[in-house]
Design a protein around this ligand. Structure first.
Ligand code: GLN
Length: 312
């Protein structure tokens, strides 16, 4: 199938927005204190097509921290650097079936982080990036900015707030070190991971970042190649299996597209060869996935026929 025509996209996005806006369930994350300040009513949807067209409704320019959505793009950058086999060996591609910050998942698997979309795997991913902490951070900041097509900045308040409260992530880093799964200094790696989670994006950025993965690694707005098509394929497979944590099966069953959520309320979804969908709505379900984001994306996927398992 082709990219849906512009008029059809605008009409369906408006309907998806209205449908999702009626839902008031979910709670704003507060385990990172700074995230609790988010407006629970904020809601934006951006569909970015692989021709570079942007279709937006609502609060698509409100900045929020990218959080776990960074994991998808940092994994793509790592895969580009170390290749398919090494990324597979060290980080893995299987769902844990457990919460994103589970320590039990690490213990059950001999210290293997299982996949790059849970905190253990994301910390291992960041650890594997070449160079010292400054090199890793620079590669992440510039790499994610290229996916977005603009210079991304860190939210210093979110970074400070998470740094003061991320005892569990520091424990995960040390646990990975104890199993010999990471060799870099775990506290320095977790610090880079905390920074990457604090990068500010908006729903439009997420749409463009998703469209870059949909477009085989070329940012359709800037025309710049960010990663290879093979890396996109690998990243999307990992997202399909684990992008919404222990709800990934339900998500794939209902929506049929790779996606990635973050606890600040962002969600990015990719229809390969067609569009990236970026949404922002802070109230989350019990797994940490945006409630309105999921509803709006499900509506879009059905109305536009985007499910990758559909034969027509
Ligand atoms: N920075 C957050 C954490 O490590 C990211 C979690 C998320 O978005 N699910 O807890």
């Amino acid at each position: 199938g082709a990219v849906p025509p512009d008029a059809r996209l605008d009409e369906v996005i408006a309907a998806a927005y209205a449908r999702a806006q009626r839902h008031e369930e979910g709670t704003v994350a507060d385990y990172i204190p700074a995230l609790a300040e988010a407006d629970p009513a904020a809601f934006g949807v951006c569909v970015a097509d692989v021709r570079g067209g942007l279709h937006e409704i609502g609060d698509t320019r409100i900045p929020f921290s990218i959080q776990s959505i960074s994991k998808a793009f940092v994994y793509a950058l790592l895969s580009e650097q170390v290749g398919h086999e090494r990324a597979f060996d060290v980080v893995g591609v299987n769902n844990t079936g457990l919460a994103f910050n589970s320590v039990v998942a690490i213990e059950l698997n001999d210290g293997h982080p299982m996949n790059p979309m849970v905190n253990a795997g994301a910390i291992a991913t960041t650890a594997l990036l070449p160079g010292d902490a400054d090199d890793k951070w620079e590669a992440i900041r510039t790499g994610l900015s290229r996916f977005a097509g603009r210079e991304l900045q860190i939210d210093e308040e979110v970074y400070r707030s998470e740094s003061e409260t991320n005892h569990r992530n520091r424990a995960i880093g040390t646990l990975l070190q104890s199993y010999g799964r990471i060799t870099a200094d775990p506290d320095a790696v977790v610090d880079v991971y905390t920074r990457q989670c604090s990068l500010l994006v908006d729903a439009r950025d997420l749409g463009v970042m998703g469209a870059t993965l949909a477009d085989g690694g070329v940012n359709p707005v800037t025309g710049e190649r960010v990663v290879s098509a093979d890396v996109c394929r690998d990243t999307l497979a990992v997202l399909a299996a684990s992008g919404l944590y222990e709800r990934s099966g339900e998500w794939l069953f209902e929506i049929g597209l790779p996606g990635k959520s973050g606890v600040a309320g962002g969600l990015v979804t990719v229809a390969p060869g067609k569009v990236g969908i970026g949404t922002y709505a802070p109230p989350l379900d019990s797994a940490g996935n945006s409630v309105r984001g999921q509803i709006a994306t499900a509506f879009l996927a059905r109305s536009l026929g985007l499910n990758i398992f559909a034969s027509d």
